[in-house]
Design a protein around this ligand. Structure first.
Ligand SMILES: C[S@@+](CC[C@H](N)C(=O)[O-])C[C@H]1O[C@@H](n2cnc3c(N)ncnc32)[C@H](O)[C@@H]1O
Length: 253
């Protein structure tokens, strides 16, 4: 499969999200029939409950101490809230995005833990090395894939800010392994995403870009290889809904 991304700069991507911020959540629900919140919930559960080696000292430490989590490309905060609902009260969650109209819509008061908003770019994150126990990203890795090197660089940034033993959960659209399901999925995306997005938000280009980036994104095994190339260990993936979406878990040793 050709994984060449639809050619757009990160400045254009920020403008896209700025243009559609007020309708973003509704359009997701319409396009996925509400499955998007189920996918985030499952990914949150995986991210929070997964431990690479049961009974290790690392596991005991992370259970005793409070944790610091980072949700990158947090947008309006749908993934952040899925995490917050499952977090212990002493967990600190930082939600980061580079688009101010999106992150302004994130509600920091829901959930029992503390949530902090932060404006920042994944390519150059405003955090020191080794400071988060968990980093998550939902439905935005395609936006970081302006080219293969940039995506590898962003994965490197994620690894840099994770503590040793920390984990990265990447939730993204994927490529179903069955060619029939893949054709149906791509046909559905081609027919609905652009037109539905245009009809509800009034903006054509963001949804044209979205449809194209879904159709050309990496199959799950190739994304695993990229995470390994970026230096992550114990990479595994969990396909959902016929493989149209996948959650990847990766660890920093
Ligand atoms: C499709 S939305 C996903 C939002 C949210 N994670 C969710 O699950 O609904 C993608 C978000 O990624 C943000 N984004 C894209 N590239 C980024 C970058 N380089 N740094 C920070 N945020 C970025 C956009 O501003 C947008 O809010």
């Amino acid at each position: 499969m050709n994984n060449e991304p639809f050619s757009v700069s990160s400045h254009t991507i920020r403008q896209f999200f700025s243009d559609i911020s007020s309708t973003y959540d509704w359009i997701n629900v319409l396009m996925t029939g509400g499955l998007d919140s189920y996918w985030r919930k499952r990914a949150a559960r995986l991210a929070i409950t997964s431990r690479v080696s049961k009974g290790s000292a690392e596991q005991k430490t992370s259970r005793r101490n409070s944790e610091k989590w980072l949700d990158i490309c947090a947008g309006t905060g749908q993934m952040t809230l899925s995490l917050a609902r499952r977090a212990r009260a002493d967990t600190i969650i930082v939600a980061m995005d580079f688009c101010s109209p999106m992150i302004r819509l994130l509600n920091t008061t829901s959930g029992k833990c503390s949530i902090h908003r932060c404006l920042g770019d994944v390519g150059i994150m405003p955090f020191p090395d080794d400071c988060f126990d968990l980093v998550t990203i939902a439905f935005a890795t395609r936006n970081l894939h302006t080219n293969r090197e940039k995506l590898l660089h962003c994965f490197g940034e994620v690894k840099r800010v994770l503590k040793p033993g920390g984990r990265f959960m990447n939730l993204e659209t994927s490529q179903p392994s069955s060619s029939l399901v893949r054709k149906l999925f791509h046909g559905f995306i081609g027919m609905t995403v652009h037109f539905l997005g245009m009809a509800v938000s009034g903006s054509s280009s963001p949804y044209q870009y979205l449809a194209s980036s879904i159709q050309t994104f990496y199959p799950p095994a190739e994304l695993s290889n990229l995470l390994v190339e970026a230096g992550f260990k114990n990479v595994s993936f969990f396909p959902m809904t016929g493989g149209s979406v996948a959650a990847h878990l990766a660890w920093k040793r």
